[in-house]
Write a protein that binds this ligand. Sequence first.
Ligand SMILES: Nc1ncnc2c1ncn2[C@@H]1O[C@H](COP(=O)(O)O)[C@@H](OP(=O)(O)O)[C@H]1O
Ligand SMILES: [Mg+2]
Ligand SMILES: [Mg+2]
Ligand SMILES: [Mg+2]
Length: 310
Amino acid sequence: MSGRIVSIMSQAVQAAKKSGSIIRNLFQEGKWGIVNKGKNDLQTEADRSAQRCIMASLKKRYPKVTMIGEEELDSSQVPEDWIELSQSEEVLSTADRLPDKLKNVTDDQIIIWIDPLDGTAEYTQGLLDHVTVLIGVTVNGEAVGGVIYQPYFNYKAGPDAELGRTIWGIVGVGAYGIPQPTVPPSTGRIITTTRSHSSGSVKAAVDSCEPTEVIKVGGAGHKVLLLIEGKAHAYVFASPGCKKWDTAAPEAVLKAAGGKLTDIRGVNIPYEVNVPRRNSSGVLATCLESEHTWYLNKIPDEVKNDLKAD
Ligand SMILES: Nc1ncnc2c1ncn2[C@@H]1O[C@H](COP(=O)(O)O)[C@@H](OP(=O)(O)O)[C@H]1O
Ligand SMILES: [Mg+2]
Ligand SMILES: [Mg+2]
Ligand SMILES: [Mg+2]
């Protein structure tokens, strides 16, 4: 089954774009449908509809692949025009560059992790460029492919601007959709972290890294985009709040771009089917793989010990 990963990724790119147009339509129509899932944890009609679009689309082509989405809902019945079966030519054209270990992968080795709307808190507050759609592809528990679609990219550029951009990557193939190769900011130590889910340990970990600037924004996808774009050096989140669907796609795209994402202790995040959904030991990501150890050594042991894996 050579090329399974490329095939899935090529449809995931298209499905992410389609779900982005559903998110924009719902926002324009003011259809909020907010449900409170827990403390500081909202779900909107856009979260639900985007997930149903992505799940139903990918399930149609890959019925045997395990798919895990953030929202608990049934995606078996969706409007016909939400089913996106097209494939991105750009992704397909990279098939001959796939590393050997990603060739001949079978459906039972793959999990697709879907965060239909990352940055929901910011979405409800009108901070629209913080929102991303995340589709991560993992093989044998390792993040290998990811799509980060930013539906409101360019939304401040005037009524004629084209909205949205797609960033995708496959480890060993490369990252696409960003204007230039990833390089960190040339000066300072710029750290990005949560805007809406802070805590004592989140703050302690950021402070220990001696930042010259802290960028507090919503969404795991958005924060990793800041790294890939060379706007921040590191993403530091010493909290158990992020889940596997928050990190799978960003981790893969960042790795494909030359960066690194692990938990706050430097341990790789596992993505096998039975793992707890929470990333209970936090997130530490850097623009460059080579800078990861520096940040890891700065995180206090108390913080590392407090954030034990489930
Ligand atoms: N304390 C917490 N409780 C619930 N979700 C949390 C959380 N901390 C982080 N998250 C989730 O992790 C993602 C990134 O968070 P943040 O923007 O604060 O960095 C968000 O995903 P969603 O918006 O997809 O739910 C958010 O809900
Ligand atoms: Mg959520
Ligand atoms: Mg999320
Ligand atoms: Mg979400």
